[in-house]
Design a binder for this molecule. Structure first.
Ligand SMILES: Cc1cc2nc3c(=O)[nH]c(=O)nc-3n(C[C@H](O)[C@H](O)[C@H](O)COP(=O)(O)OP(=O)(O)OC[C@H]3O[C@@H](n4cnc5c(N)ncnc54)[C@H](O)[C@@H]3O)c2cc1C
Length: 522
């Protein structure tokens, strides 16, 4: 059977691309090597029956706010898409007995300012003026992140921005885009606690506090969190995957799981189909769209058909690794700093800039951080359907780890492959959590630890356990993602396109590359 398009990889970008093309009348087949679609967005009962864990992504705000959702949200809702709002999106806990001992961001300016005022009255004014700046600047920044790069559309966005904000305003945005989180936050706020509250978001995109380009995400997350809270999926983050698969099938498309593509077929310089592991060949009339890592695309999948200048795309540098710990709990963590923390979606455990810098530097040097940066997700506070009545699941993301540990900064673990150390390292994480939430260990009913190796085994796009499929540092962003000359999702092979977290506009659940390419093609 011939399809108009074959999408390799059922990540949310591949599915978004397929849904858009199918609604335009294209006959689309999505091929996924894993047993379940979704890539880095999956929900499963990995601890005990009845406890549903978001294995990877939990925060769906990027999807809910995306142009793809704006266009197809009504269709997806008919196919079961359901969000749950978390009006208290995130908080940070600081060292015991420090003042304040924790801070949070809530939906609503006044509610957030009430938190900030516990740290500094001057920073209340600083937050207020940042909020006003965001109102002026945000439409331009989001238009920029939602445009193909390079493109006339992007030039138009920048021209409009210059007309509205003037040269000083554009310069201020440019400076933000180039700044490290520490440099930028020191210029905004006087309180270490407020700076720290925001800077942890840089680490979600693998920006240590002193890496240029790390200021943008903390700025956007804090201002968006204060406006919209956080969006979670009802029943699990996989609501976006299930609804896209169903919408695709409803529009005549198909998703095949357990179908690993081993080769993209190219004839006379044009991609015309794929070959599966096992030898089956499937042809595509109009396009082959690869939602894979560039190392695989320009390596095994294209082989000798890879264009001559593909080396820099293939060499996309990975970011540090990540590890997931999923807990089934008898009760929510009893946060020592204040039980109000139980009402936040994320609680960040990275109590100072120095702590973040140390963990980041240790990971880059190949050492297991003595005390890693932790993101603790509490989804059952907002969506009790994910666990039996009165019980909870906890989502613990251990940020910035070495992909292949060479040493232990604490000097305690005999280092080997992740499979041999993941449980011992998870115990270290639980010891840290226990300090902040005494009694946690006793309420653990079940646990599942996913090491960086486990992440890559499930999804080859997460090379070395890099949650972002390629570092987002400035030299690999904008027109340099995955490499200069390979932006705009072109590959140098006719009929073959490249989408996904390794391409512009990068990682996250915003479906940007899949949707923008699909619009381009149809
Ligand atoms: C632990 C973790 C936590 C995260 N948390 C968040 C969060 O809370 N919020 C957020 O916005 N983002 C988060 N992210 C990032 C976000 O989930 C990803 O950037 C995004 O889901 C990537 O989507 P994608 O479609 O580009 O690719 P992927 O989701 O990586 O999907 C690619 C798919 O292609 C398949 N594939 C690869 N090669 C082949 C082949 N040869 N043949 C067939 N199939 C193939 C893979 O199996 C996979 O299913 C997180 C990521 C991780 C890992």
């Amino acid at each position: 059977m011939t399809h108009d398009a074959i999408v390799v990889g059922a990540g949310h970008n591949g599915l978004a691309c397929a849904v858009h093309m199918a609604t335009k009348g294209w006959k689309v087949l999505v091929l996924e090597q894993a047993g379940t679609p979704g890539g880095a967005v999956k929900t499963a009962e990995v601890t005990l029956p009845g406890y549903r864990h978001d294995l990877y992504a939990m925060n769906l705000s990027a999807f809910a706010g995306s142009p793809f959702h704006a266009q197809h949200g009504a269709l997806l809702a008919k196919h079961g898409l359901e969000f749950v709002g978390a009006p208290k999106p995130f908080a940070s806990v600081f060292a015991p007995n420090s003042k304040p001992e924790w801070l949070g961001v809530e939906q609503g300016l006044d509610a957030t300012l009430a938190h900030i005022s516990r740290a500094s009255t001057r920073d209340v004014e600083a937050w207020r003026s940042l909020n006003q700046r965001f109102e002026r600047e945000a439409p331009h920044i989001f238009s920029l992140l939602g445009s193909p790069v390079p493109s006339w559309e992007m030039v138009r966005v920048m021209w409009t921005m210059w007309r509205k904000l003037g040269t000083p305003g554009v310069a201020e945005t440019a400076r933000l885009l180039l700044s490290s989180s520490r440099a930028w936050l020191e210029g905004q706020f006087e309180s270490d606690a407020v700076r720290c509250l925001l800077a942890t978001w840089g680490l979600h995109l693998d920006f240590g506090p002193d890496v240029a380009g790390g200021a943008l995400f903390p700025y956007l997350e804090s201002m968006l969190g204060q406006r919209f809270g956080m969006m979670l999926g009802r029943g699990g983050a996989d609501t976006i995957v299930r609804s896209m698969v169903s919408a695709l099938q409803g529009a005549g498309g198909e998703v095949r799981t357990g179908a690993r593509v081993r080769r993209i077929q190219v004839s006379a310089g044009k991609a015309n189909g794929v070959e599966l592991e096992g030898g089956e060949r499937i042809t595509a009339r109009r396009a082959v769209i690869a939602n894979v890592h560039p190392r695989a695309l320009y390596g095994a999948l294209l082989g000798n058909d890879a264009p001559a200048n593909s080396e820099s795309a293939r060499a996309l540098r990975r970011g540090p690794a990540t590890m997931m710990i999923h807990l089934a709990l008898d009760a929510l963590p009893a946060w020592r700093a204040g039980l109000e923390l139980q009402s936040f979606a994320y609680v960040h455990l990275a109590p100072s800039m120095e702590y973040m810098s140390r963990a980041y530097a240790q990971a880059l040097a190949g050492a297991l951080p003595e005390e890693p940066v932790l993101v603790v997700g509490q989804p059952t506070v907002f969506d009790p359907s994910r666990a039996p009545a009165g019980k909870h699941v906890l989502w613990v993301q251990v940020r910035v780890l070495p992909s292949q540990p060479k040493s232990d900064a604490a000097g305690k673990l005999t280092v080997g492959p992740w499979s041999s150390i993941k449980d011992a390292y998870a115990d270290r994480v639980l010891d840290i959590l226990e300090r902040y939430a005494p009694g946690l260990r006793q309420s653990v009913l079940g646990r599942c630890v996913l090491s960086p190796e486990d992440l890559e085994r499930d999804n080859p796009n997460l090379v070395g356990g890099d949650s972002l499929s390629g570092s987002h540092h400035l030299d690999q962003f904008f027109a340099f993602r995955p490499s200069f000359g390979r932006s705009r999702w072109r590959t140098g092979v006719d009929g073959l396109f490249h989408i996904g977290a390794s391409t512009w506009p990068g990682a996250g659940t915003g479906a940007g590359s899949g949707y923008m390419l699909a619009r381009d093609l149809t």
